[in-house]
Design a protein around this ligand. Structure first.
Ligand code: SF4
Length: 366
């Protein structure tokens, strides 16, 4: 019932997703209990260390410079700012800090060196450090590993087919190659996606095929419900129903029994009862803090009240894997190669992305 498989087919995953709801929930909860403590949930904090002004056209993202949204861009945060926020997160019960930068890909240079120093600083606070910085080369992944990075996040977002309806500036294979580069180090992989972008159930199953057939499977998989932000191409998408969210989490749990499944964006639209169902179905992580990069998220105190109500405990850091060591910059044995990799730019036309770009142009002429 809970064997680790890397050969899931779309048909098998669809059969799981479409099971009678109670059967699905029961099977997922049973598998969850075999592999995880069902009363422990990791609390992570997402820090936007460099916000907005991104060159990419991801249709869900208010940080894209191509769309007219309310997001105010910021330069890269200082190491002290990051340290202060990480300490605050730790005192609020977080065991993991995920730092996100609105970049297409990592570029060697001062800013990356600063991020490496942030990784060192947070690892020394005995918290798991995760980064999401766009595409990375093997050399950059190795430098992150040497600094003490615990996890690297790079989402597949959706199925390969539907991905093309959302993003035109980078290809699916680049995503897989980035995950592959991270896999050449000791850094764990965090990769998941978003539901509610207009995809069908086959696409959801397709994304889970892509994730579950990775060998090894990602140690962490965020399942996000789209937060439709005004000005983005996906602004008019209907909110994801809780039933779809629970089905997606339960299916993820069944096909990836050991993965930490993260109930991510979209929690403000969920009741406590809905979130409790997600935990029962196998979600074992949430993001804390009133913002998730740029979109709203429940307040930490609200989450702690929910934990109390449900008898949940926050997961301690390094429960799943030992803490990586940090090598100081002066002792580093890995030189920056200053590579200029040719990540792809498919640049096909996505109508709703074009329409949102046109609206931004109009707004800037007003
Ligand atoms: S998701 Fe990332 S790469 Fe895409 S537009 Fe937003 S910040 Fe840029």
């Amino acid at each position: 019932m809970s064997e680790m498989r890397h050969n899931w087919t779309k048909e098998e995953i669809l059969d799981i997703y479409n099971k009678p709801f109670m059967d699905l929930l029961y099977e997922a909860a049973t598998i969850h209990r075999l592999h995880h403590d069902p009363n422990t949930v990791q609390v992570s904090t997402l820090l936007s260390i460099k916000t907005g002004g991104c060159s990419e056209d991801c249709g869900y993202c208010p940080q894209s410079a191509r769309y007219h949204t309310d997001v105010e861009g910021n330069d890269l945060m200082s190491i002290n700012q990051v340290k202060a926020q990480a300490l605050r997160a730790k005192s609020g019960g977080s065991s993991r800090v995920c730092m996100g930068a609105a970049w297409r890909n990592v570029k060697d240079g001062e800013e990356f060196d600063q991020v490496l120093e942030m990784v060192r600083t947070i690892n020394k606070l005995d918290m798991e450090v995760c980064c999401t910085l766009g595409m990375v080369t093997e050399n950059q992944a190795k430098r992150l590993a040497e600094a003490g990075l615990y996890a690297y996040n790079h989402n597949l977002d959706s199925s390969e087919e539907y991905y093309k309806e959302v993003i035109s500036t980078r290809g699916y294979q680049d995503r897989l190659d980035t995950i592959d580069n991270v896999r050449k180090t000791n850094v764990t992989v965090c990769s998941g996606g978003i539901i509610g972008m207009g995809e069908n159930i086959e696409d959801r199953a397709g994304m889970l095929v892509a994730l579950s057939t990775l060998n090894p499977q990602p140690e962490s998989t965020p399942i996000n419900a789209l937060v439709a932000v005004e000005g983005t191409p996906l602004e008019d998408q209907e909110p994801v129903s809780i039933w779809d969210m629970v089905r997606m989490i339960a299916t993820t749990r069944i096909v990836m029994p050991e993965t930490q499944v993260r109930l991510s964006a979209g929690r403000t639209q969920m009741t406590r009862e809905g979130q409790a169902m997600c935990f029962f179905a196998g979600a074992n992580s949430i993001f804390a803090g009133d913002k998730l990069l740029t979109t709203p998220n429940p307040d930490v105190n609200e989450d702690m009240k929910m934990f109390e109500l449900l008898g949940l405990k926050p997961q301690k850091p390094f429960t799943k894997k030992v803490q990586p060591e940090t090598v100081e910059a002066k002792d580093s044995k890995i030189e920056a190669l200053g590579e200029k990799p040719k990540w792809t730019r498919p640049e096909h036309k996505i109508e709703r992305n074009e329409a949102a770009k046109a609206l931004k142009k109009e707004a800037s002429q007003d």
